[in-house]
Design a protein around this ligand. Structure first.
Ligand code: BGC
Length: 461
């Protein structure tokens, strides 16, 4: 079992659940633009209404409480507070949208009233469109504006909120947003440009950490959430364990961004990625990269700015690869997969997480884990998602092995509390513990929600 102080939570993000996309002075984000353009999202769906969390947050948080959930990880929509992204005018005066700020004050206060610990993520992909029009993450200036935003949020909320993470999954922002174009802003750029996006995100993170610490009303805890391929060994023999570790931190040709190394090495180790001579294959062809330090967007001192002490590493983990000393183990036909086709590989929760701790030496939160199922409301009016319970049992059993082996895992946040807008896949993949009927916005806790609730209650006793 996990200790009593282990934190059990659920996670969400603003664009995926809030809806109310033009309400109360909110500005346009890249996801508003992208998902309202025909052809970008499955069935041409969008997040305009989503789960209507903007109007139903009280009901949602009350439901979390009734299920004994201890922590709620949510993200702030930058454009609700700063509609065009800009925080300070040229004279240094801050202009913000009061209604947007009120919304997050209400969420935070509502969590606290219900005994739920709020975990803020500053940026879960919904960049202000006005900043994108100015180059988005290709523009170094965005990192400095992000730091202004982080400072403002921290100064305002840190009287009540201790945990404030900077950026969610820089790997997906750069890979899907700027490399293969599946996500907003839908760009398909060359290798150097994509690396510049990652670089500016790392800079944004580092600058934000420094600025937040300077204004925090109490000592905050900060970090970011990372994702990428992780491996686990086919057996307990040392050769397999070493092989899986080595594979976990490779930057792979063809999928350059989907690894922890590329971002975490810069921000947690102060080390630029080792990509010298790598032929990183992108849509636009194969490019040979020289020394990272000589790339045009790197400035003297950047490494120090990015590499700030942080309090935790958030890991988002859904699956991994089985590896032996002879290489990757091919999946057998018919091996278990989720509704999105992602392999079910609990072993990643044990060894993958150990490898992350060995390399980065930081306390860990599992900030996301979960699966998409084709959930339906049965004739009895309930949602019987036994697959999710089975998945969770397996994944948490393996996570417990890493925990017992001494990895400081502080908590687990299930992705997600409710079903929601699954980016370019729209609403079909259901990730929630709670079913959402999008016609009526009715919430129906699935069997897994009650199972998770029991698990939390047992862990606390
Ligand atoms: C993201 C979530 C997403 C989930 C499932 C993570 O990459 O942070 O926003 O819904 O995975 O795809």
């Amino acid at each position: 079992m996990f200790d009593k102080n282990f934190l059990w939570g659920t996670a969400s993000s603003s664009y995926q659940i809030e809806g109310a996309f033009t309400e109360d002075g909110k500005g346009v984000s890249i996801w508003d633009t992208f998902s309202n353009k025909p052809g970008n999202i499955a069935h041409n769906e969008n997040g305009n209404e989503a789960c209507d969390h903007y109007h139903r947050y009280r009901e949602d948080i009350a439901l979390m409480k009734s299920l004994s959930i201890q922590a709620y990880r949510f993200s702030i929509s930058w454009t609700r507070i700063f509609p065009d992204g800009i925080v300070k005018d040229s004279d240094g005066n801050v202009h913000f949208n009061q209604a947007g700020l009120d919304f997050y004050d209400n969420i935070v206060n509502c969590c606290l009233e219900n005994g739920i610990e709020p975990f803020i993520t500053l940026y879960h992909w919904d960049l202000p469109q006005a900043l994108e029009d100015n180059g988005g993450w290709l523009n170094r200036q965005t990192a400095y504006i992000f730091a202004d935003y982080a400072e403002f949020i921290c100064e305002h909320f840190s009287d009540r909120v201790v945990n404030i993470a900077t950026i969610n999954e820089p790997q997906i922002i750069s890979g899907l947003g700027y490399m293969n174009g599946l996500h907003a802003p839908g760009k398909k750029l060359d290798c150097i440009s994509v690396l510049s996006v990652i670089h500016h995100l790392a800079l944004a993170h580092g600058l934000a950490v420094t600025r937040m610490r300077a204004v925090a009303k109490q000592p905050i805890k900060t970090g970011f959430s990372s994702t990428g391929d992780l491996c686990f060994p086919a057996s307990e023999c040392d050769e397999d364990i070493d092989a899986a570790r080595a594979e976990s931190f490779k930057i792979v040709t063809g999928n350059m961004t989907f690894n922890h190394t590329i971002f975490c090495d810069m921000t947690c180790l102060g080390r630029y990625p080792d990509i010298v001579g790598t032929g990183l294959h992108l849509e636009k062809g194969l490019e040979k990269i020289g020394h990272y330090k000589e790339l045009p967007f790197v400035k003297d001192g950047d490494s120090e700015l990015m590499h700030q002490p942080i309090d935790f590493l958030g890991i988002n983990v859904y699956n991994g690869h089985e590896v032996s000393v002879t290489g990757h183990i091919k999946k057998k036909p018919g091996s278990p997969r989720t509704a999105l086709g992602w392999p079910v590989t609990p072993g990643v929760m044990n060894y993958g997480i150990r490898y992350m701790y060995e390399r980065y030496n930081l306390p860990i939160y599992i900030f996301e884990d979960g699966l998409a199922c084709n959930d339906i409301i049965s004739l009895d009016g309930k949602v019987h998602d036994s697959n999710r319970i089975d998945f969770l049992t397996r994944y948490l059993t393996d996570l417990e092995k890493a925990y017992k082996a001494g990895v400081p895992i502080l908590g687990y946040f299930h992705w997600s509390f409710t079903d929601n807008f699954e980016w370019h896949s729209g609403y079909d993949p259901r990730f929630g513990l709670v079913f959402v009927d999008y016609e009526t916005q009715q919430r129906i806790p699935k069997d897994s929600a009650y199972w998770y609730s029991d698990l939390i209650r047992q862990s606390c006793n």
